[in-house]
Design a binder for this molecule. Structure first.
Ligand code: DGT
Length: 221
């Protein structure tokens, strides 16, 4: 099969993962200059307006009340991203159905925010989805940070929904990402993982981006 025909079927799919505030959007923006890359930002705008409801805000205001609703919608919007077709040979996605399940749903369940029946419903949807829909991934870029750094960034960007997000929560979410993508002690990785030092300041991080470029483009030359 020619490479061209292969692209039309399935792009080389790269997930950009990392803690809240790790710089996923900056990373994606860097790759917008390439014509052969389809850059897909996280569907946060959809989470802020589901039939006029800001589910992200509701979730942070009352996690017990809205956790299930929010995660159900995250799972749907992520599935839409995974299945969105592109004619371009490379697809870069911000987050995925996997980090939603393995980091956020898992954490909510462990904290008792999502009771077992609710977590099971999400998990059954998740398992059915990844078994029956093509959500396959070729590479994961893990933007690795330290909690103090992302806490600082989160405060600086001052997103109104994130006012209640504490350093403790970011540290715990860091551990979830670490265990999944770095230590690989929790769940399976759907693709090989490339780790970047995302603590670096914006002024120098382009060098880190350049380091991963060959891994992203090598399959498409
Ligand atoms: P960046 O560019 O690395 O700074 O990315 P962020 O922080 O804009 O994007 P992300 O996905 O880490 O987080 C956006 C907000 O949405 C943040 O408050 C965490 C929240 N979020 C994202 N996915 C989930 C999820 O599956 N469950 C929960 N509870 N929150 C999520």
């Amino acid at each position: 099969m020619s490479k061209r025909a292969k692209y039309e079927m399935k792009p080389f799919t790269v997930l950009v993962e990392g803690n809240i505030g790790s710089g996923k959007t900056t990373f994606l923006n860097y790759f917008k200059k390439y014509e052969n890359v389809c850059v897909m930002a996280e569907p946060i705008d959809m989470w802020r307006n589901c039939g006029g409801h800001n589910l992200l805000e509701y979730m942070y205001e009352d996690r017990e009340r809205w956790g299930f609703t929010f995660q159900s919608y995250v799972q749907l919007t992520m599935l839409k991203q995974h299945t969105l077709k592109t004619r371009l040979p490379i697809k870069l996605m911000e987050r995925s159905i996997y980090s939603a399940r393995y980091c956020f749903v898992e954490k909510m369940h462990r904290d008792g925010i999502l009771p077992s029946p609710s977590a099971s419903v999400i998990n059954e949807w998740f398992k059915w989805t990844i078994a029956n829909v093509d959500t396959s991934v070729d590479l994961i870029i893990y933007l690795r940070t330290t909690p103090d750094v992302v806490y600082q960034r989160m405060q600086e960007r001052n997103r109104k929904e994130e006012k209640t997000v504490s350093l403790t929560y970011l540290t715990e979410m860091h551990e979830m990402h670490e265990n999944w993508l770095y230590h690989k002690t929790m769940f399976t990785c759907p693709a090989p993982v490339l780790v970047l030092n995302a603590d670096l300041d914006k002024s120098v991080i382009a060098e880190e981006y350049e380091r991963v470029e060959p891994h992203i483009f090598s399959n498409c030359l």
